[in-house]
Design a protein around this ligand. Structure first.
Ligand SMILES: *Cc1c(COP(=O)(O)O)cnc(C)c1O
Length: 376
């Protein structure tokens, strides 16, 4: 039998190829204009991205981490403050809190949704708590109704790390996923990816967006008059121009991701030992990642690799176990769900250019590796 072709975990070249003519034209337009920073492409992208999200005010910035940091600064969150954050997220969510001088307070997620469980939040609130920084992990929205009610009752800001959830919706509305402020990453592998690093912050309140526009550019209002201690965190014109092209194709890609996720879920649902991410009925996920949890994760990944099927782990080391956070003065709470998840989670290939038969082959290979040969 011929070896079947490999199924890479990601294939960015294949994703960019069909957009090549549009991207070349966008880049050419910037080169012809001679304007490389803080120009028309950025302004147009900010408007189009706000419209895509159902309103709000957008400030484009240099990365997802910059977006998170400047979002926190727009709410004056800093030294002495605490921010509740999921324990099972990418470390950038935590680093943003640390970089503004505040303290991340980790909360264990629900093992079913892999997202914040509001019933675990109350016991972590102190008089220093200022905000919840929720993450719609893997592109699946948290329960926004419960989070909003909780934050309102406690007098906290509801902030969102939307790095993985560009285009996701709650009760059919994208704007309902975004809280009092949302930070996006356009890292190349994200659902809306630039050709390098880029990010954005969206607020319902235009004053906060204006504040981020100053902070991203050295805190400068009028030339060489600096109102704040700002940063160099601008979104470049070349990236903005390319993001405008890619934004036009985002929803189509997200729909395709949902179709492919459906195939995985139909084949893998109900398999003993294997759990899928539970999606609340009010949520429209965008499947940035398709994850399963399973026993003997590393051996299973190895068996898939032998068949040319790429997988990845998001994330093998939770932030509180990383070297960066080894010296927390207060000590970390028990986080059993997060610890178990780091041992058992596995991401399967899922992207718009992936073929349906590759999804089927991956799912069947996974069942086989688990000792559950598919019934034919
Ligand atoms: C990718 C990501 C970030 C960081 O984005 P960068 O653009 O790489 O700085 C932050 N949070 C989450 C959840 C992410 O997935």
């Amino acid at each position: 039998m011929r070896n079947p072709s490999p199924i890479p975990f990601l294939d960015l070249a294949a994703e960019i190829a069909p957009l090549r003519a549009e991207i070349d034209a966008a880049i050419g337009g910037v080169l012809d204009s001679g304007r490389l920073l803080l120009g028309e492409e950025l302004e147009a992208f900010e408007e189009e991205f706000a419209a895509f999200n159902g309103g709000g005010h957008v400030a484009g910035v240099a990365s997802g981490l910059a977006a998170l940091i400047l979002m926190l600064r727009a709410f004056d969150i800093g030294p002495g403050d605490e921010v509740l954050v999921p324990a099972n997220t990418y470390i950038a969510t935590w680093l943003a809190i640390s970089h503004v001088g505040a303290r991340p307070v980790p909360v264990d997620p629900s093992p079913a949704t892999r997202n914040l469980d509001v019933s675990h939040l109350a016991s972590s609130v102190t008089e220093r708590t200022r905000a919840v920084l929720a993450v719609h992990l893997y592109g699946s929205p948290c329960d926004m109704d419960a989070l909003e009610e909780f934050c309102r009752s406690q007098g906290l800001w509801l902030l969102v790390d939307a790095a993985q959830s560009c285009g996701a919706a709650w009760k059919g509305r994208r704007s309902s996923c975004l809280g009092d402020g949302a930070a996006f990453s356009f890292y190349p592998t994200k659902n809306l990816g630039a050709l390098g690093d880029a990010g954005a912050v969206l607020f319902p309140d235009p004053v906060r967006a204006e504040r981020v526009k100053l902070l991203r550019n050295y805190g400068m209002k009028d030339r060489y008059h600096h109102d704040y201690k700002g940063e160099n965190a601008r979104l470049e014109e070349l990236h903005a121009a390319v993001l405008r092209v890619k934004l036009r194709h985002l929803e189509r890609g997200n729909i395709r991701r949902r179709e492919l996720a459906r195939i995985y879920r139909d084949i893998l649902g109900g398999t003993p030992d294997l759990t899928l991410q539970e999606v609340p009925k009010e949520a429209t996920p965008v499947w940035h990642l398709f994850t399963v949890t399973l026993p003997r994760r590393d051996q299973v990944a190895e068996k898939l690799a032998e068949q040319g099927i790429g997988t990845a782990i998001h994330y093998p080391v939770p932030p509180h176990r990383s070297g960066a956070y080894r010296e927390d003065p207060g000590g970390w709470p028990e986080l059993p769900v997060t610890e178990t998840m780091a041992q058992s989670i596995l991401s399967l290939p899922l992207y718009p250019t992936l073929r349906e038969r590759s999804v089927q082959r991956t799912a069947h290979a996974l069942l086989q590796a688990l000792g559950h040969p598919p019934s034919l």
